[in-house]
Design a protein around this ligand. Structure first.
Ligand code: ZN
Length: 943
């Protein structure tokens, strides 16, 4: 339909205005030359790319061009079931202690974070990432894992039976309100399409009872070399990997000549509007989705300049429309709280796209909100966007492009890997960053606003053809829901409403009209151990500087002081709870929030102010180019927060609606109850409820903000990243040494800790739509000091217990889809807490059993720790630490903790990890347990 038309017109336009090199290349896009692409005789495709960010690491992927759409009805859910079975026994990784999970753990990888798999309608992707590359044997073994996934899964009866429970629990976990409502409507949303019959997780009747052979049939029918691609990216020798692949994978048989071919399943066009109205008692917000279905760009045409240009134009259009939506929400009479536009695949189908308009209506205003988002969109379609809006959108785009180009040597393996498999699966472009940069630098300045303004009118079509209106509501007694007729009447009303053009109001002033009087750097010292400079400024402020080259274009700033909400009493509780949000919704330096946003368009910089119980923070980040803007924003955050009543009211509306129905979601009830119990029912730990809103005062929040920033000398400032010292020093003198400060005066916190000591056991039940139990158990010690050693021990103990709990509760009993057990040592104000905790959503029948396992294993850990398991996790921690040492975010925490608390959480890390033995960890477990503090909170479904 119409989109094809623009597409064709665009190609002609591009040809006409640009007769130069790149465009003349028959519009085909170049392919990243650093990627070695090949295909074996049996049809297996491979992509190999060298990349040394991070050093000595590589990622291994296998992408299958098949998913839930390839299932027969008797196999509904088995594409995903098969993905789980890939970890339960294969030709080379079989048996107790020899499985794929055991192997990957033995090389220091984490199941879940480093090794995982994903199934969708049309693809299944498996990955082993962050593999250490220094030993060739490890690389060979990873290729062997990929080989087993492609062709060597055992799929034994016993393992299949064990996995049924796990998948059933995954289904239970995913059955939230939106999942339930969407499932009820699949037939209506996908009339005449196989997409109506599949949802990836599948039918539990199939999952619980399918005959073994049905799964094996799916595997052998679809997992074949012609449907598979290997992707290996990282610090590897490309020739070596290629040779290995050719040798190891050549014997996998090719598909038989009459083998079934992967088909795409169409989503037919519809002549009449589809209107869907759904409700669910656990749904928290009303939502209206207005979708305009349209054809996809055919795979064969995607690797083209036209496709990239089309993408750019749609992105510009959506971002400008979204800005207008946001501005609109500030009008007191705007019927929606939020609205958002984007173009994407139609509900996950790969054969149909849709332009989405999504609105969150104010209560009871669904019809008006539907009309309003359409009206705004029609306004933009009719009159177009303005030059100034486009200028800003373009600047943002270009600054992102520049940043990407500047960081081209620091691209993570996974980013390259995704490009490779998307190219294989969907023929998405696979340009290098340089190629993309060169191309877009030529294209962007040559796309005038007139072209962009043609996009929206082509996408929005109100004649009812391919229109889908889907409305989701919160179900409660006495509620009135819109009817189909009313929703369609809103569409017609928008179509017939008189429209006026949008006026773009922009404040044409510099962020700071006048610079403050400069101060000086008066003293500097160097910290040898952690490698940073400490500057003392003339106003008494301290600044820590660590210049790094981990990234080329990334600078982080953090300023923190003692104080926080601990200094405020119960009457300010609500104001403190809402402090971060209210400040974020305010303006700076005389600019209101929207004006500020517009003034910062094209700059990659952000700033925020916040408070925790014990500390105050001002933090931000920027690129090298925008560093001075970051300094100006910081100065203004300390001296000139601008009230913005309109935007504050928008915030109140949003908070009100989110609080109103918050308790409908059982997960929220659990989290709120847990924090309240952990705070010993003190008012400070109370869940924020709608009735607390009456205690909010914007005046008071702004006043608290002023109090928190009145004395910059209370703060330590820190900068980490790719700055040049010669550039940053004058900026520090100009904007930080000039901040109002009382030299030598520091604020402090007040201790307000009320954690219940001893044994606290709370079990409660609650009515829920899909019954599940949620369990949280923690043992803690408040005496043990917060040190690097204790932190390492706690983490190791947590990891060892996590493996045991996962094996027993998930793998053996099928009682949970996931369980997470973790240890940590933390410092909050003057309070240290060292703890071991376990959290899991459970199958209700297995609640007691799971609680018993968690308890028993903690007691057993006091006696013995499995040595092999401990060695695996030591390896994993050392490997992760090595990676962290080259990340700005890591140093941000380390230096800031050292500068403000005198705690060095870095030096000696390797030695401390290596020093741990089963005995030291068991002794540590005894110490935690003997502290005698335990908290157990369990929420079960009510009858
Ligand atoms: Zn799964």
């Amino acid at each position: 339909m119409s989109v094809k038309r623009i597409f064709a017109a665009l190609l002609l336009l591009l040809m006409a205005f640009s007769a130069n090199v790149m465009m003349a290349q028959q519009m085909e896009l170049p392919i990243d030359e650093a990627v070695r692409i090949g295909k074996l005789d049996n049809g297996l495709t491979y992509f190999i790319r060298h990349n040394n960010y991070p050093e000595n690491r590589a990622d291994f992927y296998i992408a299958q061009r098949v998913g839930a759409m390839q299932e027969e009805d008797s196999q509904n859910g088995l594409a995903h079931f098969l993905e789980h079975m890939a970890f339960n026994g294969s030709e080379h990784f079989n048996g107790e202690g020899h499985g794929i999970i055991d192997f990957i753990q033995s090389i220091g990888l984490n199941f879940g974070a480093d090794v995982n798999a994903f199934t969708s309608f049309t693809r299944t992707i498996y990955l082993v990432t962050n593999v250490p590359t220094t030993r060739q044997g490890v690389l060979d073994s990873c290729l062997l894992v990929l080989k087993d996934w492609s062709h060597g899964l055992l799929l034994t009866d016993e393992e299949i039976d064990k996995e049924r429970g796990v998948i059933h629990e995954e289904w239970r976990l995913g059955r939230d309100a939106s999942e339930r409502m969407n499932n009820r409507q699949r037939d209506n949303l996908f009339p005449g399409s196989k997409y109506a019959k599949r949802d990836v997780i599948g039918s539990m009747d199939v999952v619980d009872y399918f005959p073994y052979q049905v799964l094996r049939d799916y595997y052998h029918k679809w997992y074949r070399p012609d449907n598979q691609a290997l992707v290996i990216v990282g610090d590897v020798d490309v020739d070596y990997i290629e040779g290995k692949i050719r040798e190891m994978f050549k014997d996998i048989p090719a598909a038989a000549p009459d083998a079934a071919q992967v088909e795409d399943y169409p989503v037919p066009d519809t002549d009449e509007p589809i209107v869907v109205i759904e409700k669910d008692v656990e749904q928290q917000l009303s939502i209206v989705n207005i979708l305009f279905k349209h054809d996809i760009v055919e795979k064969e045409q995607r690797n083209s300049v036209g496709y990239v240009v089309m993408d750019y134009m749609k992105e510009m259009m959506s971002s400008m429309l979204n800005q207008r939506f946001q501005e609109k929400t500030q009008d007191a009479d705007c019927p929606f709280l939020q609205a958002y536009a984007f173009d994407s695949s139609y509900m996950g189908a790969n054969t149909k796209d849709a332009f989405y308009l999504i609105a969150v209506p104010k209560e009871g205003m669904t019809q008006a909100a539907t009309q309003a988002v359409l009206t705004e969109s029609l306004r933009a379609a009719k009159f177009g966007f303005t030059d100034t809006e486009y200028e800003r959108a373009k600047e943002s785009y270009m600054s992102r492009l520049d940043r990407q180009y500047n960081e081209r040597e620091k691209v993570h393996n996974r980013t390259y890997a995704q490009k490779c498999y998307s190219h294989f699966l969907e023929n998405e472009p696979m340009m290098s960053i340089e190629q993309n940069y060169e191309l877009m630098k030529q294209i962007v300045p040559n796309i005038p606003i007139e072209y962009i303004n043609q996009v929206l009118p082509e996408l929005i079509n109100l004649d009812g053809k391919n229109l889908v209106v889907a409305n989701y509501n919160q179900e409660k007694e006495g509620a009135v829901y819109p009817t189909k007729e009313e929703l369609m009447a809103a569409v017609t009303a928008a179509e017939n409403a008189p429209l006026e053009a949008y006026v773009d109001n922009v404040k044409q002033e510099p962020l700071m009209a006048k610079l403050p009087k400069k101060g000086k750097i008066v003293k500097e010292t160097y910290n040898e151990t952690l490698g940073y400079k400490d500057l003392e400024l003339s106003n008494g402020v301290h600044v820590q500087l660590k210049s790094t080259d981990f990234k080329k274009d990334e600078i982080f700033m953090l300023a923190r002081q003692r104080g926080g909400s601990s200094l405020y009493g119960e009457k300010d509780w609500a104001n403190c709870e809402m402090f971060d949000n209210a400040i974020e919704y305010s303006g700076l330096g005389g600019f209101n929030n929207i004006e500020l946003r517009k003034a910062l368009a094209g700059k990659r910089v952000n700033i925020s102010q916040s408070m925790s119980t014990y500390e105050d923070y001002v933090s931000g980040s920027s690129t090298v180019k925008d560093l001075e803007t970051l300094f100006q924003l910081t100065y203004l955050q300390f001296t000139d927060v601008t009230r913005d009543d309109k935007n504050y009211n928008t915030l109140l509306n949003q908070i009100e609606i989110s609080l109103k129905n918050k308790d409908l979601d059982p997960d929220n009830v659990f989290t709120d109850s847990l924090s309240y119990i952990m705070g010993n029912y003190n008012w400070r730990s109370k869940p924020f409820q709608i009735e607390d809103m009456k205690n909010l005062s914007y005046d008071r929040i702004l006043e608290i903000g002023k109090e928190r920033t009145a004395n910059a000398a209370g703060y330590d400032f820190m900068f980490v990243g790719s700055f040049d010292e010669a550039v940053i020093r004058p900026l520090i003198e100009q904007y930080i040494a000039s901040l109002p400060a009382k030299k030598g005066v520091k604020s402090n916190w007040v201790n307000v800790d009320e954690t219940p000591i001893g044994q606290t056991i709370k079990h409660f039940s609650r009515k829920m739509e899909t019954p599940k139990t949620t369990m949280f158990i923690t043992w803690f010690d408040k005496q043990m000091p917060h040190t690097l050693e204790n932190s390492i021990k706690a983490q190791l103990l947590g990891k060892v217990l996590n493996r045991i709990n996962r094996d027993k509760i998930r793998e053996d009993a099928g009682a949970a889809y996931s369980i997470s057990t973790y240890g940590q040592s933390s410092l909050s104000g003057d309070n240290t807490t060292t703890s071991i905790s376990a959290y899991a959503p459970l199958k209700p029948e297995f609640t007691d059993m799971a609680i018993q396992i968690v308890n028993e294993e903690m007691i057993k850990a006091c006696e013995t720790i499995d040595a092999a398991s401990l060695e695996d996790f030591k390896k994993a921690m050392l490997k992760d630490h090595e990676t962290s040492l080259k990340e700005n975010g890591y140093w941000y925490n380390i230096i800031s903790t050292y500068a403000t608390r005198g705690l060095d959480l870095c030096t000696g890390y390797e030695d401390l990890v290596n020093a741990q033995t089963p005995e030291t960890i068991a002794a540590f477990a005894r110490q935690i347990l003997s502290a005698g503090n335990k908290l157990e909170v369990v929420m079960t479904p009510a009858e």
